[in-house]
Write a protein that binds this ligand. Structure first.
Ligand code: IVH
Length: 665
């Protein structure tokens, strides 16, 4: 790589890492695993070393930040730093050997499981618990005392009469976490990605009554500040003392003086990981003698007397039950592996997408194969490979269908995306998915027409097309099993209300390939009416922001189909909105394009977007050369870096936007 390429990559990595910091710390909604995150940071550190003259991004020196703007904060008396990581046993042993060499003797270590939870700091004064804080930005933490006191078995008094910070990790036990997610699913709430996110989200809840419903637990393992001498000299004694004071302490710790002992402990913990009732993501290795901690000290980010040995992303084996071939709205066939349920990186998994037929060939998947599963990004399950030793002798390869599994029409393959499509125009599965999409929240938001009701209605002949939604015979619906008058009435109201939705929603609901909700809005705003949109040429369509040839061609193809023309005519006659209600207040922002990043102070994002549109502005879906203004709120994402890189985008605040509007009033 030359200097320019390195600089480019550093910029990309910086933006990417900042985006993940935001997702992890502020939104408790990570999208990649810690391992993948650490690899990005490592790559950045390595590149940074190649260009020592350029300043390192701040976060390389600092630990992350979980602080919310409005939270009450308290300064830690000693910084709450994080640990350096070792990703292999070799790296870990090398770290230990170097320490021993520097200190001229074989250093004894204390080994503990690395609890995958959320750091917590307790402050005691004259033996009494004063407050509990999160790690925050490592210097100040968020005061979560009230919520923390809902945890059972936490001593409020300890036999130490000075001031002391006692630190540990809050976590959710796996069985309780699974039950909690189950209950959330039943209530139609979004389940948490893993126990750590659930713990982080729970301790920061505003309502303590809600926190009481979350079975949080904690383990304690270290001390920050202390004002008078401590009654122990080693880390293992510290753990025993904490336990004697009444703190929950993991019993999985050991001390060691030889390589073999360290290797064995790490391997055992990696095995035990599957049987523990809490998630661990590594082993924390600490110098056992506390006096040496003082001597060794800290780097900018972490202590020199401890290191975290990180496990590889969790991998589990399970048995394939069958492969389902699902037909999507566009006719795309997606194979899905149905497996024996298995707990992995935070949730129980029983389905995993295989994406396309080529993936089945790559895996050479056979019936009832034992498969190795990981969660990529700790979120989406992925089948890595097949354990051939466990393949049943009589097992046949998974057969790839030649025809649509629902309507039996021949399949055709789209080479570019390596996807097979059902070629039938009247495939019932495509129809069912199209109706589900039409009713979805972002489209016409018809409540009560989810996938199971849609399939019942199709089976019973209550509907046979999208337009039939508006011709439903509700007496027939009310008479159906598990339906009744009340649900029928609610459904009727919801369908009626959908007629008032704006034209851009109708357009999105049609499910034209490549036309997402943002494009639909831009099209509706630009052409104003369905008539004009239907007549638009490729060139005219390409004038709309973010509509390229691929999208324009897809739109033309959609409107050229007589069946779609009939559907649109029907929907129009049934009373749906076919022209855009601008509710335009002014054209102060006419011809200008906008995008929002970060959280806003006075509006939610949708409100501000509507306001921009009401004044003639357009909203784009990403940073590009056609973007005029990026509105930056609190904790912006990677869009800001991208816009800065482009140089042509004007970066403004919410207040700047309001000022632009006022000037034009
Ligand atoms: S000791 C000065 N021990 O891992 C460092 N940390 O990446 C003191 N963690 O911030 C930390 N289990 O939140 C320590 N047995 C353990 C731990 C542990 C989990 C967390 C902790 C820390 C992070 C470091």
């Amino acid at each position: 790589m030359n200097k320019q390429q390195i600089e480019k990559r550093i910029k990309e990595l910086t933006a990417e890492i900042e985006r993940h910091n935001q997702l992890y710390y502020a939104e408790a909604n990570p999208q990649i695993s810690d391992f993948e995150y650490d690899m990005l940071v490592r790559e950045l550190q390595d590149l940074q070393k190649m260009l020592p003259a350029s300043p390192a991004p701040e976060f390389l020196e600092k630990v992350g930040n979980d602080l919310k703007q409005s939270a009450k904060t308290i300064a830690h008396k000693v910084r709450m730093v994080s640990l350096d990581n070792a990703y292999s046993l070799e790296e870990l042993l090398a770290w230990w050997d170097k320490l021993s060499l520097d200190l001229n003797s074989r250093i004894e270590l204390c080994l503990e499981p690395k609890i995958d939870g959320f750091g917590i700091n307790l402050f005691f004064k004259e033996g009494k618990l004063q407050y509990a804080t999160t790690r925050g930005d490592s210097i100040v933490g968020e005061d979560v005392t009230t919520n923390f006191l809902t945890l059972p078995d936490i001593p409020r008094r300890i036999p130490y009469l000075g001031e002391i910070e006692i630190r540990g990790e809050i976590y959710l036990p796996i069985p309780e976490f699974l039950a909690m997610n189950e209950a959330r699913r039943e209530r139609n709430e979004k389940p948490f990605a893993n126990p750590r996110n659930a713990a982080a989200g729970s301790i920061k809840l505003k309502d303590v009554e809600q926190v009481k419903q979350r079975p949080l637990r904690a383990f304690f393992y270290t001390i920050g500040y202390y004002s008078i001498p401590l009654p122990f000299t080693h880390q293992d004694e510290l753990l025993k003392w904490l336990a004697a004071c009444g703190f929950p302490v993991s019993d999985q710790y050991a001390t060691c003086k030889e390589h073999k002992c360290l290797i064995d402990f790490c391997n055992q913990m990696e095995q035990a990981r599957n049987d523990l009732a809490y998630d661990i993501d590594g082993v924390v290795v600490k110098v056992n003698e506390l006096a040496l901690h003082k001597k060794l000290g800290f780097t900018a980010k972490s202590p020199k007397w401890a290191i975290a040995y990180k496990f590889k992303p969790e991998e589990k084996e399970t048995r394939l039950k069958q492969v389902e071939f699902q037909v999507g709205r566009t006719g795309a066939i997606t194979p899905v592996a149905i497996m024996e349920p298995v707990y992995i990186s935070g949730t129980t998994v029983s389905r995993s997408t295989l994406h396309n037929f080529d993936e089945i060939k790559r895996l050479d998947l056979h019936e009832f194969d034992t498969i190795r599963l990981i969660k990529s990004g700790e979120i989406i399950p992925k089948i890595l490979s097949v354990n051939l030793e466990k393949r049943l002798p009589e097992a046949k390869p998974i057969a790839l269908p030649q025809n649509c599994p629902v309507c039996n029409s021949p399949l055709s393959r789209e080479e570019e995306a390596a996807i097979e499509y059902c070629t039938a125009a009247d495939c019932p599965a495509q129809l069912a998915r199209s109706i589900e999409h039409f009713c979805s929240r972002e489209a016409l938001d018809i409540m009560g027409l989810g996938s199971s009701i849609v399939s019942r209605f199709l089976d019973a002949g209550i509907i046979t097309s999208i337009a039939d939604i508006y011709r439903i015979d509700f007496t027939q619906v009310a008479a159906m099993d598990r339906m009744g008058e009340k649900s029928a009435q609610k459904l009727k109201e919801s369908i009626e209300a959908s007629k008032a939705k704006n034209f851009d929603r109708v357009l999105f609901a049609l499910g034209i390939r490549f036309v997402g909700s943002v494009t639909a809005r831009n099209l509706a705003q630009h052409f104003q009416t369905m008539d004009r949109l239907q007549k638009a040429s490729l060139e005219e369509l390409s004038e709309v922001p973010e509509v390229g040839t691929k999208i324009a061609e897809s739109i033309i193809k959609y409107f050229a189909n007589p069946k779609n023309q009939d559907l649109i005519r029907d929907l129009k006659n049934l009373g749906l909105n076919m022209s855009y209600r601008t509710e335009q207040e002014s054209d102060a922002l006419a011809g200008m394009t906008f995008l929002i990043t970060g959280s806003l102070e006075n509006f939610n994002r949708k409100e501000l977007e509507s306001m921009i549109m009401e004044h003639g502005g357009k909203i784009l879906s990403g940073v590009s050369k056609s973007l005029d203004y990026l509105i930056v709120g609190e904790k912006p994402g990677s869009k800001l870096a991208k816009a800065e890189k482009l140089g042509s985008v004007k970066i403004i605040s919410e207040a700047d936007l309001l000022a632009m509007l006022e000037q034009n009033q």
